[in-house]
Each structure stands twice: as structure tokens, then as C-alpha cells.
Design a protein. Sequence first.
Length: 334
Amino acid sequence: MEKLPRRLLFVGDSLTYYNDLDCQVQSLAGATDAVSPLAVVVEREVKGGAPLSKLWKKTEARKRISSGSYDTVVLQEDLPETTVADFHDYAARFHQLIDASGAKTVLLMTWPYDRLGWITTEGILDAHKQISRKLGGVTIIPAALAWQRAFEEMPGIKLYAKDMEHPSYEGTYLTACVTFAMLWGVSPVGTKCSADQPLSSEDVAFLQAVAWDTVVAWRESLNSSASHEELVDVPEATPKPAVCKMWLKGKCKKDDKCSYAHCTAPGGSDALGEPRPIEERGPVVNKLYSVLTCGGNNSLLGDAQLKPFLEFLGFAGDELFWKEELRTLRSEIG
């Protein structure tokens, strides 16, 4: 039987330290008979706005992991803040260090947000599955899927803070419940909360149930043959970085030194899928014009017909931006 975690280190950014995720996980563990009587120690190494690459370079995370003081290290990547390629690179570096220390690597999958809306929950999920497979099947905590389930079951629930990026207290508590259930294999349903927490008993019961339902469904998906093939046998897709907003406006001067993409389709293709050299990739308006006129036939397409083209271009998620661009272009085309 796998040894249960006793000394944990959370490595992440503000998505971890908002509302003290680590402390809430420790509180859940301490309130459960299945984990007691041995004490559970949960610590953190965090830095605001820092993806794993910065946590690797600018914090004490490597030193603390190398000390051998922990049996479990939870890595929280803020994927909208970085690229899939960098996430995979530094997750692998951390994993090598964690493995050498004798600890277990766990990936905490967090949620997308509008400020950097280039990736969806599905994209974040795929990125975590890919690197988990590369690292030999390390555990993924599917917090983003719990958020998705909670929104589906209770559309009005406020999991985001006012900035629509960081978690509210409800969001952190749900994440803590999923983390607890994945790490210890115990349902959080019925676990008592501390007297000073701000949630109603109804909210607590709902969030605990969503967390456990998510974990059960996640484990079932991993145990199914289809999911196993997806995790083990399917080749990794080419990661797509966020597109440079300055390039879209024709103002980026960094060219190939820019850390963001200077194209709107995989491999720098145009709207019709034909490869173009980088010096010929004009502003996105030209590509949209080509799509709008269906490759030069001057037959304007409706929003429903445009969707597959925009998805190919890689911007279907940025709905407000595209609606404004399309409105302007349609008026120019006449």
C-alpha cells in the first residue's frame, strides 16, 4: 500500500497562497480520522506571478526540496502565465530533483482566467496529461475540473475573487478538498470546518461533494482503457504559446526573440492552411479578411461558419476581441 503523505511542500504562486491553500489542506487532513493521529506538516514556497520557471530560478524551492525534508511536493503551475513548453520543461526539472530527494511529485492543475485567455480548461488538462505521461504517470490533482463541475451544477457560485483570476475563499476551499481527496484517498464529505471559516454549512456540503465526485470521476477515467491509451500511447501535441498582443497590433519589434507567438495558426500557417515564412506573416487583420471573404470570393460568412476558421487560427476563446475585430472588418468590407 502506498505510503500516505506526512510532510508536504507546496510550490506555486498566488493561486496557492491566496486564502492559504496549504493551511486549508492541512486543516482537512487534521480533521480526518483516516489521517490522524500522526501530525501532517504542510509548508509552502511561493512567489506572486511566478510560473515554475521563476520558482526554479528565484526562490528557495530547489534548496528546500534537496534537503530531503518532504515526502510529497505539490507543483502548481499558473499555465496562463507561461507556455506549455516552459511548463513541461520546468516540471521535468523539478521532478528530477524531487525524485532524487526521495519525495513524490504531484501536479496541481489550476483554472484558466480571462486576463490571459489563450488557454481553456481542456488545454490545461491536456498539458498536464502530457507531462504526467512523460514523467511516468505522476499524480494530477484535477482542481480545474472540480471548478468546471461546480459551475455546471451551480452556475451562480463565486469561485473567482473579484479580479476573476485568483480564487475566492470558496474556490480555495474546493481546491483544498480536491487536493486532500487525491493525496489521501479519503472523501472530504462530512469533514468539519474550523469555526472561523466564512462558508455556510450548505456551501461546505456542496463543495465537498463536488470535490469527491470530481476525484471519483477522475480515477474512473484513468482506470478506463480509453483513458490509459490517451495517457500512454497518444503522441504529444505540439504546444502552442500565447500569441503576442503587440504583434497583433503590428507593434512588436522583438521578431524571433519574442517569447510569445508571432502567428495565429500552428506552424505559422495562413487562414487556408498554407505555410508562410515568418517575414510574410502580416497583421492578423489580413488573415481575418481572408477568412471573411472565404479566401477571396467576397462571400461573407456568418459567426457560426466563422467559428471553425477562428478555432484553426487559435483565437476562438477570445470572443470579445474577435467580435470587435469582425465588426470592424465587416464594415470596412462593406
